[in-house]
Design a binder for this molecule. Structure first.
Ligand code: NAD
Ligand code: DAU
Length: 339
């Protein structure tokens, strides 16, 4: 099988590339990535040693470039991870989110139509459903939950999802969509909660918790997301949406306190800062469909996953120290100095 993975120099895409190269020794993988601030070639260092892997730098919204690539490579399957992915950045400047997440997806699907791709898989998010109340622990997102996105980021992902389903209905493009909850694990960019808190705690810096820290996220170890996508591209039904999540709800404060405990750092580092505008209260996925149809189950518990993740950040200082020394410094100043 010949697979195009877009956004593979980012967090989940890179983990997916490693997962697939390790599991399928005869699959060929091309990674197409624009190498934005979130994409890092050092993340793919081990993949470059594999003859079945190739990297191409480019923008998924560049139609001429994308069509040339599809013409040359003869892909069987496209897995679209490429996106602007950070909610706070989308609040600051939404435009690039529409260009990459919506137009980029459209360009890829147009190429997939023209070159008869056997499966176009869109990596989406539970954020398209909006949020759930904190006082109704029984309420969960199912695939039937109406789309009610809150941020420019999640609105752009919801728009892309609708377009993907429209291409299925109108053109019979063989699509699938997965909507996953919050991931964590190796190569997670340190603008996101878990890696940000690990790195700041390691450096004995204040940990900025938005609002009162009671917002809830449903955390999944990244490898479990990869195994779900693997199952969907091989066995998922065309035109279907699959929710992915590990029934692993935690308040932000619980997550931050777990990290501090693991690192032996004091809770006094926690600093409550101004809340994120439109901050979603709670996400929680009902993964029954993917479990019943495809037999998917997560393998890593939060307790085990967070230990593995912290160890990875301790063992891979070079990776993140290089990141936080560049453009990242300006970003942190901009986002956090007036909170
Ligand atoms: P990320 O920000 O770590 O990586 C995104 C990658 O896409 C980067 O390598 C970046 O360079 C690349 N990219 C951005 N714009 C591009 C463009 N125009 N053309 C080509 N490449 C481009 O993101 P992530 O956290 O790995 O998320 C990957 C996907 O999974 C996204 O679609 C996101 O919406 C979705 N998702 C993420 C999570 C999560 O918890 N992180 C959960 C569910 C779904
Ligand atoms: O649910 C899936 C989504 O999860 C993905 O679609 C997104 O791409 C991904 O970024 C993530 O979105 P969140 O907004 O949930 O993730 P983030 O790590 O930015 O924030 C997690 C929670 O932590 C959220 O309630 C906001 C809070 N937070 C975040 C940061 C960065 C803080 O309290 N302080 C912070 O400094």
């Amino acid at each position: 099988m010949n697979i195009l993975v877009t956004g593979g120099a980012g967090f989940i895409g890179s983990n997916f590339i490693y997962y697939m190269l390790d599991k399928y020794k005869d699959y060929k993988i091309v990674c197409l990535d624009k190498l934005t601030y979130a994409g890092n070639l050092s993340t793919l260092k081990r993949a470059f040693e594999n003859p079945n892997f190739q990297f191409v730098k480019g923008d998924i919204s560049d139609r001429v470039f994308v069509f040339e690539l599809f013409k040359e490579k003869n892909f069987d399957v496209v897995v679209n991870f490429a996106a602007e992915s950070h909610v706070d950045r989308s609040i600051e400047d939404p435009e690039i989110f529409l260009k990459t997440n919506v137009i980029g997806t459209q360009v890829l699907m147009d190429a997939a139509r023209k070159f008869d791709i056997k499966r176009f898989h869109q990596v989406s998010t539970d954020e398209v459903y909006g949020d759930l109340p904190l006082d109704r622990p029984d309420s969960l997102f199912t695939e039937e939950t109406p789309l009610r996105p809150s941020s420019p980021y999640s609105a752009s992902k919801a728009a892309a999802d609708l377009l993907v389903l429209a291409y299925y209905r109108t053109y019979k493009l063989p699509v699938t969509i997965s909507r996953c909850s919050n991931n964590y694990g190796p190569y997670h960019f340190p603008e996101k909660l878990i890696p940000l808190m690990i790195i700041r705690a390691l450096n004995d810096q204040p940990l900025p918790v938005y609002g009162d820290g009671r917002n809830v996220r449903d955390w999944l170890y990244v490898e479990d997301h990869c195994s779900a996508i693997d199952l969907i591209i091989h066995h998922g039904r065309e035109g279907e949406v699959y929710n992915i999540g590990g029934r692993n709800e935690r308040t932000n404060l619980e997550v931050v306190k777990t990290i501090l405990k693991e690192l032996g750092k004091p809770e006094e580092l926690i600093t409550f800062v101004k809340d994120r505008p439109g901050h979603d209260l709670r996400y929680a996925i009902d993964p029954s469909k993917i479990k019943n149809e495809l037999g998917w189950e997560p393998k890593t518990s939060f307790e085990e996953g967070i230990k593995k993740t912290i160890k990875w950040y301790l063992d891979n200082r070079d990776w993140w120290e290089e990141i936080i020394s560049g453009e990242y410094k300006d970003y942190y100043e901009r986002m956090y100095s007036n909170r």
